[in-house]
Design a protein around this ligand. Structure first.
Ligand SMILES: [Zn+2]
Length: 63
């Protein structure tokens, strides 16, 4: 397995007055894809608050 595939950056749109928009990018394989998703979502909706997560296998018990 390519260790790069263990990184699954994901973004969630948390823009909203009463509740978060909740749109998610789903799991991506590169920060660049995540940035592109935001670049598409933002002008369509005017949303500009995102929570980014980068899940990494490093934190789990792979050893
Ligand atoms: Zn949104």
């Amino acid at each position: 397995m390519d260790p790069m595939t263990l990184h699954t950056p994901e973004a969630v749109c948390v823009t909203g007055e009463d509740h978060d928009c909740g749109a998610t990018s789903d799991e991506l394989h590169a920060e660049a894809e995540l940035t592109r998703w935001i670049a598409e979502h933002c002008p369509q909706t005017g949303h500009d608050f995102y929570h980014r997560t980068t899940l990494c296998a490093e934190s789990s018990a792979w050893q």
